[in-house]
Design a protein around this ligand. Structure first.
Ligand code: AHR
Length: 668
């Protein structure tokens, strides 16, 4: 954030069209705000895992893609073999001498849209290799710029000595001499001796928290900086799969990376207008890494597992896309074993032992498990009715999350909620990727306690984002409605325990779906306007809701007096009992500035506050969009506002510019 500018907001002269009063009652401390209130949802869509968060720079490193040389150029005597040492990834490549000193044997990897390297940084190359005929051999590893006009394409290189008939892992460090976003990796065979290579890998040495099988620093840092309270993974539709065979299987995503089998990624082929034939899931970023990341960014892990059904969108009534109820045992086992993997005792449980062997003997402290993503009607209800009680029998301490389908207002949704209630789910996942008008119409969604009852499951808004019609990109004009809608969630924190914006990531050269929270290319990231909206709520979550009403022109005070479907000023407030702070969020979605008097009653202050820190996000430039290369078009700014305080009553004369989110923090 920009440093404090010390601008007194009350001195800004802006035309104001209505007199508004925002009354915050700090005497009546309301429902606790859950630590999980605001979170993130990760799915491997838009090259979010391989080519994104996962720092591996080599694509198809084990030659297991259906086209085993996808991502590779080959030259000389290269043959594919399939009797390698990794059972689930048996392919490897034999590099044989070409028989002539001017003919070279070489394989060259293109990475993901090229390999992004920084000059002077270290990159760890690794390979499993052997000399099948015995003896020793030399491999040369080059990072190259194929397009350079220099005499030599090499950005950096290193030699690796290979010896013996047995497979061994070799590593070497390469330091490119300059930054380049589109490098390739060349592995040269020994000109005299046949050499076998397998699992060819390249990682930056600097990964998030320094893990070898690690995460891209800038991308993971963007997550840490958000301060999410909950982390939902690994999807989304990829949990379901286009068919059950290609569903996400967490058990395939743990253990040594070399032996994690390749899976299809449905986002490779879901949209023919955005087709990515080289998009697969290596599972290098797997459940261990997801749990570890949750822990490192301070978010509760929230895995989603398959309920025995492939994607209903893609399969309609096709019965073969779901397993029979009799065959559900493996899905029950997947749930129970996952809880043991996360929380169990390594001395007594094989899955917990695997966790310990992978480097995390302490439990991950899993508390939530979602079963099914965007499933609906009887096929789902019947299967969940079998799985949930079995999981509860063994792990009653885990909160189970059901789904109300892909839409937040249709018949499936209205049938889903009572069914989830009957199955005693702790939370119900609802999704709403909707346009601006939908958000304007639903600004009181969670005030309705006839549909959402006082008891029973709590709401998990598991995937949501404002997509304006025909404007499916991250423009600030839509983000302001997300900010306004979040007041509706915040004031109903007793009901809505979690909300996770979606999707999280997108590679500029590999996206299938937008808007997304964080964009990147091979070298840098951009945090969108929606990111800053989420971040402002996450940084200012508070501990308890404070009753807040808004009155316009002496009209009746109400939690939201803005007529349904219209623009206006929306507000909510929380108290942070640990930080001794009252936090008021005010969002003006109108096209003109509005003035509002913010009254805070009952703040038990030792000294009378005289100023508030105000953080503002100006979304008035409707099309403004942060992207790599221009990442700071829309950014929060900080200033101060004067607070006039008498005993137990403080007042701020606020001016909220057009299309702006303001967060007022008052210390007491
Ligand atoms: O976030 C993209 C997709 O949207 C998710 O995979 C799915 O759950 C939803 O339909």
């Amino acid at each position: 954030m920009r440093k404090l500018s010390f601008i007194l907001f009350c001195l800004i002269s802006l035309s104001a069209s209505a007199q508004m009063t925002i009354n915050v009652n700090a005497k009546k401390i309301g429902a606790p705000v859950q630590s999980t209130q605001w979170g993130i949802f990760f799915e491997d869509i838009n090259y979010a895992a391989d080519g994104g968060l996962y720092a591996e720079l080599v694509k198809n490193r084990s030659f297991e893609f259906p086209n085993p040389f996808c991502g590779w150029d080959i030259s000389g005597k290269v043959t594919l073999k399939d009797d390698g040492l990794f059972e689930r990834n048996p392919h490897y490549v034999r590099l044989a001498p070409s028989g002539h000193s001017d003919k070279h044997t070489m394989i060259e990897n293109h990475g993901f849209f090229g390999i992004g390297v920084k000059g002077g940084e270290e990159y760890r190359f690794s390979v499993w290799a052997r000399v099948p005929d015995g003896g020793s051999a030399k491999l040369w590893i080059d990072l190259v710029d194929n397009a350079t006009m220099d005499e030599d394409q090499k950005l950096g290189n290193v030699g690796v000595d290979i010896s013996g008939k047995d497979w061994q892992k070799y590593t070497a460090i390469i330091k490119p001499k300059r930054t380049f976003a589109k490098a390739h990796l060349r592995v040269w065979g020994d000109g005299k001796v046949t050499t076998d290579v397998e699992h060819v890998s390249l990682f930056p040495v600097k990964t998030y928290k320094g893990h070898e099988n690690g995460l891209r620093m800038d991308v993971a840092q963007a997550l840490e900086d958000l301060h999410p309270g909950v982390f939902r993974f690994p999807g989304g539709c990829i949990v379901e799969g286009t068919d059950l065979e290609t569903r996400y299987q967490w058990k395939h995503s743990v253990g040594p990376v070399e032996n994690r089998p390749l899976n299809e990624n449905r986002w490779h082929y879901t949209f023919t207008q955005r087709y990515f034939p080289d998009y697969f899931q290596s599972y290098g970023l797997g459940f261990f890494e997801y749990f570890q990341l949750s822990e490192e960014i301070g978010a509760e892990p929230l895995p989603v597992l398959n309920v025995g059904m492939a994607c209903q969108f893609q399969n309609g009534e096709n019965a073969h896309a779901a397993c029979t109820k009799e065959a559900l045992q493996q899905f029950i086992d997947d749930c129970i074993d996952l809880i043991d993997f996360a929380n169990g005792d390594p001395a007594t449980n094989q899955w917990a032992k695997l966790r310990a062997d992978m480097g995390h003997p302490a439990p991950f402290n899993l508390k939530f498990l979602a079963i099914g993503n965007e499933q609906w009607e009887k096929p789902y209800f019947d299967r969940l009715a079998i799985i949930a009680p079995e999981v509860r029998k063994v792990h009653p301490e885990i909160k189970l999350i059901g789904t109300s389908g892909p839409n937040a207002e249709d018949d499936h949704f209205h049938n889903g909620w009572p069914a989830m209630r009957a199955l005693k789910c702790d939370l119900v996942d609802e999704h709403y990727y909707r346009d601006i008008q939908w958000y304007k119409n639903w600004m009181n969604r969670y005030d309705d306690r006839t549909f959402y009852t006082k008891d029973g499951p709590r709401v998990f808004a598991g995937e949501w984002a404002c997509h304006d019609r025909g404007k499916k990109y991250n423009h600030a004009g839509a983000s302001i409605y997300e900010a306004a809608f979040m007041t509706n969630i915040e004031r109903n924190a007793d009901l809505v325990h979690m909300a996770t914006y979606a999707p999280l990531f997108s590679h500029v050269e590999g996206w299938q779906w937008r808007p997304d929270l964080i964009w990147y290319d091979n070298m840098s990231t951009a945090r969108t306007a929606s990111y800053y909206v989420q971040q402002l709520y996450m940084l200012n979550r508070g501990t308890n809701v404070l009753p807040t009403t808004v009155a316009i022109n002496d009209g009746k005070p109400s939690v939201n007096p803005v007529p349904k479907g219209e623009d206006g000023v929306f507000a909510s407030a929380v108290i942070d009992k640990e930080k001794n702070q009252v936090i008021v969020k005010v969002i003006n979605t109108l096209g003109e500035a509005q003035s509002a008097q913010i009254n805070i009653a009952g703040m038990k202050s030792k000294m009378l506050p005289t100023e508030a820190v105000v953080t503002s996000l100006d979304c008035s430039d409707y099309d403004a969009e942060n992207m790599p290369g221009k990442p700071e078009v829309v950014r929060p700014t900080q200033g101060k506002a004067a607070v006039v305080s008498a005993k137990n009553a403080s007042t701020i004369a606020a001016v909220i510019p057009a299309k702006t989110l303001q967060v007022y923090c008052i210390n007491f």
